[in-house]
Design a protein around this ligand. Sequence first.
Ligand code: GCU
Length: 733
Amino acid sequence: MRFLKKHCMKEIRKMRNVTALTDGWRFGKRRDEMTDCVTLPHTWNALDGQDGGNDYYRGTCWYARELSGAETAGERLFLEVNGAAMTAEVYLNGKKLTRHEGGYSCFRVELTQALEQNNLLEISVSNEDNTSVYPQKADFTFYGGLYRGVNLISVPAEHFELLKDGTPGIKVTPVVHLETMRATVTVETWHNAPSVDITVNGETKRVERCAQFEIDHVHLWDGVDDPYLYTAVAKLPSGDEVSTRFGCRVFHCNPEKGFFLNGRSYPLRGVSRHQDLKGKGNALSYEDHAADMAIIRELGANTLRLAHYQHAQAFYDLCDENGIVVWAEIPYITMHMQNGRQNTLNQMRELITQCYNHPCIAVWGLSNEITAASPVNEDLLENHRLLHELCHQMDPTRLTTMADVFMLEIDSPILEIPDINSYNLYFGWYLGELEQTDEFFDEYHAKYPNRVIGFSEYGADANPAYHSSHPEKGDYSEEYQALYHEHMLRMIEQRPYLWATHVWNLFDFAADGRDEGGKHGENQKGLVTFDRSLRKDAFYLYKAAWNKKAPFVHLCGKRYTNRCEAETEIKVYSNTDEVTLYVDGTKLATQKGRTVFTFQIPLLGEHLIRAEGEGCSDTMVIRRVSEPDESYIFNKAAASVTNWFDADEIDQSCFSINDTLGEIRAHPQAGAIVDAMMAKGASERGDVADAVKDNPALQRMMGRMTMLSLLKQGGADEESIKQLNRILQGIKK
Ligand code: GCU
């Protein structure tokens, strides 16, 4: 036995040992007062970051933990922090070892030299506002904390690189030759040993650092249909080992035909996702991530925009495994900061270093709506050029893109920097009418037929408690959100040149500064609620359009039970091509069609409604009531404005609030009155009125909006709307 142990011990190479530091953490707002005990992953804003008021704690907090002898064993010891939002400093036995600025990437630091007999590890984390670390201004909660977990990594003296930009130590570049179905796979490694053994697809090569492999009859990573993954393994003589999965695919974008994967047209149709959950903040478990991916697969999306920052490795892994094409991005968002350039470059370098091997990622997003609160000046342009160049220098295999705010002039020079572009458009929600989305893309594509364009954000808030038979923009009803997305789905299907489209958002998410739609602290544009408990009707519209796997029918309006009308619309979303509707067990009608099926039925009392498709059905109960159910109405004031005001009270020979701003402005007297009122309103709100005046696109857009919609959009009260209408009715057209 002794012989065996002696010789075997020599043979057993000292493998890497990773210890998750989950328990035993003390936590507090002061270094000398850490009274709470927490486990990782952790955020201190799990609750106050999601309850509205824009008052969640933004400051510096401390985490502390002793390290046991067993945990610090090994020749070289490193600490790995997978996410510390937003800025962190690491101390061992009181000595500051490192500082990291950026809340969404992994960073590591070596502990070896600072180890003593007993070891106290302290990490300070800050999410307070500053002028150099992105994000600082955006529509989501900037949770603070060690929210993705912390590990100790012990390695032999000869080991793979751990420090530089949080590298995995191995980089795999597959180049696919579709015509021969061969792949040339280059594997690069970083380490301090004399040689490395690299294994790919059953073949091992001993090299200094890099090796190239040829794979015949390559099994492609082919999106959601067949996301095949290979594995590359690298081993050092010391026993240290790293591995990574990779996928062999090739993609390109065509300005007229959109996105191509492995040589075939593959329109990217999907959603965006933030990384937070009701009650947990952004401190998610693997199971939380996996549950989200299951919902994405049910929806039938084939792409995800992982906004607005680097997401957990576990989630990119899930996208690799499920064949979801990903738009990855850094949080260079909303407002450009003169002192933030280096931070954008650091965050992009870490994103690419840490995520390069994921076959799911197709594009690197440079920024999001960065001109919303900043002028397009040379500093901002140069920041984008440097990011674009960094992306191409680090990764010539992928494209750069950016998400542009709707007011950004389509001839802005910034649009010429990334390889491809996408716009965030909210016509029909924040402003204007749904059709303006169609007009925008048609205008852009006509003016720039050689540019690749996409639709990076669009959405409408909906609270599943609110319902209407006359849904309209701003009522937060589930019915309006469904109508909004029906329009957008048609618009998208008619424009195959859109390389990618991403619904904003798959899930409601936390924006503590919001207080609207009957919820505090939530953006409710999700197709699914923040706690994932409820899929809104619009979810099933996209499922009907995209998920061809299992037949289903979905009756819309299940939560719209009490209906104050003699006849009501029954809408069905389905991925089958024929739907039959039954009312109280009697067949009403059968319709052939696609995705959306609508029926009109008389409402006499309480009714059992049943929809049937081939091999699937759905039921609900609705009833006629004599008075509108007030609980379904969000903004009673706005609803009353729409109710009191209808066409027959208007003298059509005169101006009224039903006319568009453009029509009214065309008349000197009426135009002067409206301009004076809007300038007064803008100065009261502190708007930068010039930003509107100086923006012809915005002007054109507003010109097409009716005064009533502009006034309601601006939150005008009923009396001031009535007053303006009386004035305008005194002016002959
Ligand atoms: C913007 C922004 C999002 C935001 C969205 C909204 O486009 O990019 O971060 O949540 O609008 O207002 O819902």
